[in-house]
Design a protein around this ligand. Structure first.
Ligand code: SF4
Length: 480
């Protein structure tokens, strides 16, 4: 996960626009937020632990001046939740100044750290992004684009990046396109924060999701292609370079769960895609029940589809505290367990005495689901039939989702009935991979399904049991 945005907006304060985009991407990472900004002369980065609105508030933003900006909100897949690991990562190197925001996860971090003169000891934090930034700041060649073209063939893994120096913003996507990235166009003419009647050239922006283009006031232009870099800041139009042959394997979980329902990916609106997954689930796994309930908020589109297809009434049976973070996105198990109890409350009048079909979009570790079933039973549910609008997650993800330890995944340890028993449901069924694809009406080849079927598009070259903290292990070995 992680959310990234970038803005090139001549005559406008780009950091404020990028912060608006980042605000729409808050669901992608809630540990830290930050902005890098340039007025053409120098790059300044401001970042901190916390939510976007806390970090980039109205006191801070006016001091971040310039027409180029990148922004990032973090969900950790490499390194702990520390200030040093917040992004954009920034490096004033011997050859250039560079700032990077990264969505994804590299799989050859150990190899890359060996290429950094001075090694791990030169990094303040423990993220693959800081390592990439240090390598790029040191890389030979006057030009940032050339330095990237030299560096990228060495980099393996999932990376959608926004990279900036004083003059340019470069947005790029790894050759597999694991994580999304879209290009948008800002309108010409006076901008909303401008009091002078001055017309400006159109600006350009990039973001993890189309929903962020909406909040930035931009029009969707196209996806950044896998293996493509788009360079902004050189003139009125973006320049595109193919740095590698791309073959898209977009993370299917983006469409099932992670991304916002108002975003579009591969031409599909995600609310509609999830509603269709719910319909497919009702066809594959009907239930003898009275009503259909979503697990709010992300289970709602699939629950609506399930209800329509099955003919059962759709009801809200739980209220979500909108100020609590997403359960799965909290970085430690202790926080996750506390999270669900503050996040959901039952609507007892809706639930009491009813046979429920409860629709959710995933079961990762099973602990959250178990607490939800318990909460509904305590509220008086007569039966709880759990329906999941995704296949079981058997395998860890090394491409930017924090499920790197296989034994933490309940489906890798228990069979279907074992999971049902663990979570305390009367019945349990998952949507099949075929059902997901039918709902999306897109070919299997366009996606990564590795956490469901174990077919990793990109091999992970070493023991990744402790992959998330790989650079912290390196630090320990440097220090001892
Ligand atoms: S392994 Fe799963 S979560 Fe990771 S990129 Fe592939 S589909 Fe997405």
């Amino acid at each position: 996960m992680c959310g990234i945005a970038g803005v090139y907006a001549p005559g406008h304060e780009a950091a404020a626009v990028a912060a608006l985009g980042l605000f729409a991407l808050q669901h992608r990472g809630q540990e830290s937020a930050g902005v890098g900004v340039s007025d053409g002369e120098g790059v300044m980065v401001y970042r901190d632990l916390g939510m976007v609105a806390q970090v980039l508030d109205e006191r801070r933003l006016p001091s971040l001046r310039g027409h180029l900006a990148i922004a990032h909100c973090r969900y950790s897949t490499t390194g702990s939740t520390l200030w040093e690991n917040s992004q954009p990562a920034f490096r004033l190197g011997p050859r250039r100044t560079v700032a990077i925001g990264h969505n994804g996860n590299l799989v050859n971090t150990r190899e890359l750290v060996e290429r950094l003169p001075g090694g791990r000891a030169r990094l303040q934090g423990s993220t693959d992004t800081e390592l990439l930034t240090a390598l790029l700041a040191d890389a030979p060649g006057e030009d940032l684009v050339d330095a990237l073209l030299d560096l990228l063939p060495l980099v393996k893994g999932a990376y959608s990046l926004v990279v900036m120096d004083e003059q340019r913003l470069i947005a790029l996507r790894d050759p597999h396109g694991f994580r999304p990235l879209v290009l948008g166009r800002l309108p010409a003419g006076p901008r909303e924060a401008t009091t002078e009647a001055v017309d400006f050239d159109p600006g350009w922006c990039v973001a993890s999701e189309t929903a962020a283009l909406d909040t930035m006031g931009a029009e969707y232009v196209r996806d950044v292609a896998p293996g493509e870099m788009v360079i902004l800041g050189e003139g009125p139009r973006p320049r595109s370079i193919r740095f590698a042959e791309g073959r898209e394997n977009l993370c299917v979980f983006e469409l099932i769960y992670f991304a916002r329902p108002d975003s579009y990916m591969l031409g599909r609106n995600l609310y509609e895609a999830r509603r269709r997954m719910g319909e497919a689930l009702a066809r594959e796994a009907p239930a003898d029940a009275d009503i259909v309930l979503p697990v709010p908020d992300t289970g709602a589109p699939a629950a609506a589809g399930y209800a329509e297809q099955s003919g059962l009434p759709y009801r809200e049976g739980m209220v979500r505290n909108r100020y609590a973070g997403r359960t799965f996105i909290q970085p430690s198990s202790a926080l996750r367990q506390r999270g669900v109890t503050v996040k959901l409350s039952p609507l007892r009048e809706q639930v009491r005495g009813q046979r429920l079909v409860v629709v959710d979009d995933s079961i990762v570790r099973g602990t959250t689901t178990k607490q939800i079933v318990t909460l509904l039973r305590r509220a008086g549910a007569a039966e709880v039939h759990l329906r999941i609008s995704a296949p079981p997650i058997f395998h860890p993800c090394f491409y930017g989702i924090d499920t790197q330890i296989e034994t933490e995944l309940i489906a890798s340890r228990l069979d279907l009935d074992g999971i049902r028993e663990f979570v305390g449901a009367d019945s349990l069924a998952y949507l099949s991979i075929g059902g997901v694809l039918d709902a999306l009406e897109l070919p299997r080849e366009r996606f990564c399904f590795a956490c469901f079927d174990g077919q990793y598009p990109l091999p992970v070259p070493y023991d990744v049991g402790s992959h998330k903290f790989v650079l912290e292990e390196e630090l320990i070995s440097v220090e001892t």
